[in-house]
Ligand binder design. Structure first.
Ligand SMILES: Cc1cc2nc3c(=O)[nH]c(=O)nc-3n(C[C@H](O)[C@H](O)[C@H](O)COP(=O)(O)O)c2cc1C
Ligand code: SF4
Length: 372
């Protein structure tokens, strides 16, 4: 596997662990991934729910907990630590500020298009800014806007296909399109980004996510132009993942038929593992909501069917009566809980095996480009 380079940041292995909320990827998982040479990502959404004063002042609690987790991760690794911040949260700017103050290595921004460059992203900031999108069109829109307004562009881009876990940037019906779509989106995005690479004389890695579970998945997607992968689901069933044992076992015991789509109050579809709670909301049942704070820009608690923040936090703690877990289409492949190190070894082995089966027509497009 070739190292990933994002500007002057060198990442030994081109594997980014997807930020997973609420409280799924914190300092434990992120530092373990960073120690193996990938980018470990802390999810900032609802991170303060573990703090005692969350209901009184959720924004303050989020900032305190986020800063704490970044520092805890730093204490456990010299590797690369990132943060995932959703634009859909009402404290997006506050969380970004904390990330920049803490000199986080990478910020990945999803659930919205960051058309404006964050004011904290100064010329001398070492933090890399990476939007997460679900189409080449969205990537082009962001890059073009930045280029016109700021004469610079984001440092890389994550493209996520419809097979991912968590919120999806697709319409509900599209969520069932097979993985082939991810390779199309990656190819289209590589083509669009090529213009900005030429314009600024820099490399802008396209990172692929959504349904990338095995080293073979990784190998295949890198052969169509992705410079790295973003994997969420695969890292849930690790010792170091910051959720309860019950959450991890839920992945191990699920079957492909258990993985379903719901409408989330975020305003996007979300992929989850079904349970009674999920079945009830799919049948239209109203769940009690105690919204003492307004954490999502898009969630109108007077109309919402359930509180997604509470449901996800409950599941993270192991309460599946009052919640459910997000999961990618391949969650059912998990067999047991293993360490992050073993997970990396397995992915590397799977990747090498896929490499040995390389057919001439599958040659990396970069090699083809060079050959032509
Ligand atoms: C349990 C879980 C929680 C997630 N939470 C978030 C989140 O808070 N913010 C976000 O942008 N993406 C979130 N994601 C998406 C991941 O960051 C990643 O992009 C995705 O998992 C990649 O697809 P995969 O699960 O098929 O590997 C979540 C995914 C999972 C499985
Ligand atoms: S009801 Fe909506 S806005 Fe209120 S806490 Fe829950 S998810 Fe956040």
């Amino acid at each position: 596997m070739k190292e990933l380079q994002i500007g002057n940041l060198k990442v030994k292995l081109p594997i980014i662990q997807g930020g997973m909320g609420v409280c799924v990827s914190l300092s434990g998982l992120a530092s373990a991934v960073a120690n193996e040479g990938g980018i470990g990502v802390i999810s900032a959404v609802g991170i303060g729910m573990t703090e005692p004063n969350y209901r009184k002042n959720f924004k303050k609690a989020n900032k305190i907990a986020f800063r704490k987790e970044i520092r805890k991760a730093r204490a456990k690794t010299d590797g690369i630590i990132g943060a995932n911040i959703m634009m859909a949260v009402t404290d997006y700017e506050d969380l970004l500020k904390v990330a920049f103050e803490e000199k986080i290595d990478v910020v990945i921004v999803g659930a919205g298009l960051p058309l404006k460059k964050p004011i904290y992203l100064l010329e001398n900031t070492s933090t890399k800014f990476i939007p997460k999108v679900s189409s080449a069109r969205a990537a082009k829109l962001i890059f073009r806007r930045w280029s016109e307004q700021y004469n610079r562009v984001p440092d890389a881009v994550v493209v996520e296909g419809p097979m991912a876990g968590g919120h999806l940037g697709f319409k509900k019906k599209d969520g069932f399109i097979p993985k082939i779509l991810l390779s199309s989106i990656v190819k289209e995005t590589v083509n669009e980004i090529d213009f900005f690479e030429q314009k600024y004389g820099i490399e802008i890695p396209v990172i692929a996510g959504g349904g990338i579970y095995t080293g073979k998945d990784m190998f295949d997607i890198m052969n169509v132009g992705a410079k790295a992968v973003k994997m969420g689901t695969r890292f849930v069933t690790t010792n170091e993942c910051d959720v309860s044992e019950k959450f991890k076992q839920n992945y191990i015991s699920c079957s492909p038929q258990d993985i379903t789509i719901i409408d989330s109050p975020v305003g996007l579809p979300g992929r989850v593992i079904t349970n009674d709670f999920v079945k009830e909301i799919q049948l239209g049942k109203q769940k009690p909501i105690n919204c003492s704070w307004k954490c999502l820009k898009t969630c109108d608690y007077k109309k919402s069917q359930f509180c997604i923040a509470e449901a996800l936090f409950n599941a993270a703690k192991g309460d599946f009566t009052h919640g459910f877990s997000f999961a990618g289409t391949k969650a059912y492949l998990a067999e047991k809980i293993i360490s992050v190190k073993e997970t990396f070894n397995q992915i590397k082995n799977e990747y090498s095996q896929a490499q040995l089966g390389l057919k001439p027509e599958n040659l990396n497009i970069e090699l083809k480009r060079k050959a032509s």
